[in-house]
Design a protein around this ligand. Structure first.
Ligand code: HEC
Length: 111
């Protein structure tokens, strides 16, 4: 998928939300959660922002059966040292475990 995201964060948010609400309801839910929970302040689907592009994350863990559980834990507790020097702060318990699982599945489905 080639969405022209990213000249500005604001534009990227809007375009991503639009692009994904036009897809399956499953993807829309993940995109909505990413927007609602502020993930898109640091991530976009296909461009590195502060954190890695979700597509790159998806590529990296393709075929990894534990990826949903592993990434859920990272999203919840934070992550450091995988993609560079900038750490991701914890997103739980602000974001519920159920929503985090949907987000992990969404990220892994972006590629
Ligand atoms: C303050 C900025 C920021 C926010 C907000 C943020 N992230 Fe991150 N995220 C990062 C950075 C930076 C990394 C890379 C961390 C590393 O190198 O280990 C990252 C890494 C990740 C990874 C990959 C972890 C790995 O082990 O490969 C996933 C998946 C992810 N974020 C999802 C999310 C989701 C979903 C949300 C919203 C609930 C979110 N992020 C919110 C900055 C952020």
């Amino acid at each position: 998928m080639k969405h022209q995201l990213g000249w500005s964060l604001i534009a990227a948010c809007g375009v991503a939300a639009l692009a994904f609400s036009a897809g399956t309801s499953y993807a829309a839910t993940g995109a909505e959660l990413a927007q609602k929970n502020g993930c898109i302040a640091c991530h976009s689907v296909d461009k590195k922002v502060l954190g890695p592009a979700f597509k790159d994350v998806s590529k990296k863990y393709k075929g990894n059966a534990d990826a949903v559980a592993m990434l859920s834990k990272k999203i919840k507790d934070g992550s450091t040292g995988v993609w560079g020097p900038i750490p991701m702060p914890p997103n739980g318990p602000r974001v519920s475990d159920a929503d985090i699982k949907v987000l992990a599945e969404y990220v892994l489905a972006t590629n």
